[in-house]
Design a protein around this ligand. Structure first.
Ligand code: ATP
Length: 575
């Protein structure tokens, strides 16, 4: 409000206000300014240089042609925008040359000017990007004030662009301010800019300068629709796995070699979807053996069974599997020491072992005595490429067991959480206040990724695998799954030999001495607890990889079952 008393210089103040309004609304008033410029220009040129009209016409035609052909270089990317710009230039130039030759008041020039302006101004006023640009310019102009109000005084905008989702701008920070300060102020910035909640993103600039940041304000959510999985992004565990795109369409790629991972989020937030993306990629890697624990009776991971070397669906199986994983870990560590090596480099012959545990809390509840094994894997698994991926709703210390498992998780993927404090639980202490607002994720599959190479909160959306995609992918990848290496298998056999009781039915090779028949007979005659690999090797005379491959095929075909701890029997056998 402006209060003017009699002694004030009213015309001055009104003039300033009017000039300000004319400047502030320059974009909306653009067509009016053009009409005024044409009328004045036409009058002056008619009075001074009426013979210039052919030049003006030629110039307008040339400019219109250039805009139509090369307007993209001036930022007029859509064809319709280039044609509009060319039309305006041609219309204005044509009118100006006519007014220069004949005089602007000669009929029908005034009518043409009025009609032309109305026709061309309508799309100008309605144009979405122009209006967005104007809004952005105003918000950027107001930034010094906004910055002061939200506690970032001294920061300033350097550039801004409007894009399909909204706009983004690059800012310079005042001395001593950091990007973490900005991230912590995101809700305040959203309020000051008048956006909807969750519309503002803050990220480092591409050059990585500590005193710069990029602000992104979304009008539309790039993650509004589910994103179909495009297929595996890796063929080796040594490559980073793409979980889904961030909002700028770059992939949320994360390396899982020598890293343990935690996937957290409330029921229905898309954890299992995230695990499916992971399984789709891991199963495509020839240098990974996958073991999995799914105590929901295999509901989630069963569709991947043909790619999973060992699937535990009961607490006993899980306990045995984790004990075996520690055996593998120790054998590999010994082998590394004996061979003067520091780390286990995964290859198809020496694969990494990744153990995926769905709903980790059930494991901690139903098999609490496995805690020391998970603890060992978490602490000592990295060098020997034995890693743990846990999915859970709330990774409280109770849900994660008593050990150090949670603190050892290097990769954290947080889907939506119910309460703010759960952010720190999944992503780590202090992450909520550092701006990792997983409680604001508003659709299943949206996640925040924290890993050594991902240290700022960027929203991703996991790819979605349909049931048909899972079935088809699992079937395709089943044939390329590797078996464990000799070092690990030998250690497992040795560990299993000791407590193995003799089979209650003695199984002899068939009369034809055919390995295949021997294997079927051995499985048929196996005791309830199954026959160990060592016995099957002895009975069939097959090489270890062939035996494993044949067993996997028999299991897949439903002729044999893995009873646990490297023991097999026929699926329909009667001991
Ligand atoms: N990435 C995604 N994109 C789109 N929709 C998804 C995505 N992930 C999951 N959904 C949808 O959300 C639903 C629940 O997802 P999901 O079963 O993965 O959740 P969850 O967190 O594993 O839940 P629970 O803990 O109960 O198993 C799915 O049925 C699916 O329709």
């Amino acid at each position: 409000m402006v209060i003017i008393d009699r002694d004030d210089q009213f015309p001055d103040v009104a003039g300033v206000l009017l000039a300000r309004a004319l400047w502030r609304y320059r974009s909306e008033l653009g067509p009016v300014y053009l009409v005024a410029a044409l009328a004045v220009g036409g009058t002056v040129l008619h009075l001074t240089h009426p013979e210039w009209w052919p030049w003006l016409l030629a110039l307008a035609s040339l400019a219109a042609w250039a805009l139509a052909m090369f307007g993209e270089r001036l930022g007029l990317s859509p064809r319709i925008e280039r044609l509009y710009a060319a039309g305006v230039v041609m219309g204005a130039g044509g009118w100006l040359s006519a007014a220069t030759a004949l005089g602007p008041t000669v009929s029908p020039l005034p009518g043409m000017l009025a009609g032309g302006v109305i026709a061309l101004a309508a799309p100008w006023w309605a144009h979405r990007r122009r209006r967005a640009r104007v809004r952005v310019d105003r918000q950027i102009a107001a930034w010094p004030e906004i910055a002061r109000d939200v506690g970032l005084a001294g920061s300033r905008a350097q550039s801004a662009v409007v894009d399909v989702w909204g706009w983004r701008a690059r800012f310079a920070l005042a001395r001593g301010q950091t990007i973490q300060d900005v991230i912590a102020k995101v809700p305040a910035i959203e309020s000051a800019l008048g956006t909807f909640r969750g519309a503002v993103r803050v990220a480092p600039t591409r050059d990585g300068k500590a005193n710069r940041f990029e602000l992104r304000v979304l009008d539309r959510d790039p993650h509004a629709d589910a994103i179909p999985w495009p297929g595996p992004s890796v063929s080796s565990i040594t490559e980073p796995i793409d979980l889904g795109p961030f909002e700028d369409a770059t992939g949320a790629r994360v390396l899982l070699l020598r890293r343990h991972g935690l996937f957290g989020g409330v029921a229905g937030s898309g954890k299992s979807g995230g695990i499916n993306v992971l399984m789709g990629n891991l199963s495509a890697c020839r240098d990974v053996v996958i073991w999995a624990v799914d105590l929901k009776r295999g509901m989630e991971l069963q569709p991947w069974a043909s790619c999973i070397d060992r699937l535990a669906t009961t607490p006993e199986q899980a306990r045995a599997m984790l004990r075996d994983a520690v055996t593998v870990l120790e054998a590999r560590a010994e082998w590394l020491t004996a061979n003067g090596r520091r780390v286990w480099d995964p290859t198809p012959e020496h694969p990494a072992l990744v153990i995926v545990v769905d709903e980790y809390a059930e494991l901690a509840d139903d098999a609490p005595d496995a805690a020391s094994d998970t603890d060992s894997i978490a602490r000592r698994g990295r060098a020997v490429a034995v890693t743990l991926i846990a999915a859970t709703q709330r990774p409280t210390q109770k849900a994660m067991g008593k050990g150090a498992v949670r603190s050892q998780m290097d990769v954290r993927v947080s889907f939506r959480v119910r309460e703010r404090k759960d952010v720190d639980l999944i992503l780590g202490q202090g992450m909520l206040s550092a701006g990792w607002h997983a409680h604001t994720l508003n659709a299943p599959g949206k996640f925040l990724l924290s890993a050594p190479e991902h240290d700022t909160p960027r929203r991703g959306r996991a790819y979605l695998l349909t049931d048909a995609t899972v079935a088809e992918t699992a079937e395709r990848h089943a044939s390329i799954r590797p078996t464990l290496d000799e070092v690990s298998l030998r250690a497992l056999d040795e560990a299993h030999m000791a407590p193995v009781s003799e089979p209650s039915v003695l199984v002899a090779p068939s009369r034809e001495d055919h390995a295949e028949t021997a294997l079927r007979e051995a499985l048929d005659g196996a005791p309830e607890e199954g026959l160990p690999i060592a016995h099957l090797l002895m009975l069939t005379g097959l090489s270890r990889p062939t035996l494993y491959r044949r067993l996997a095929e028999l299991v897949k075909a439903g002729h044999a079952v893995q009873v646990g701890r490297g023991r097999y029997k026929a699926s329909d056998h009667t001991p």
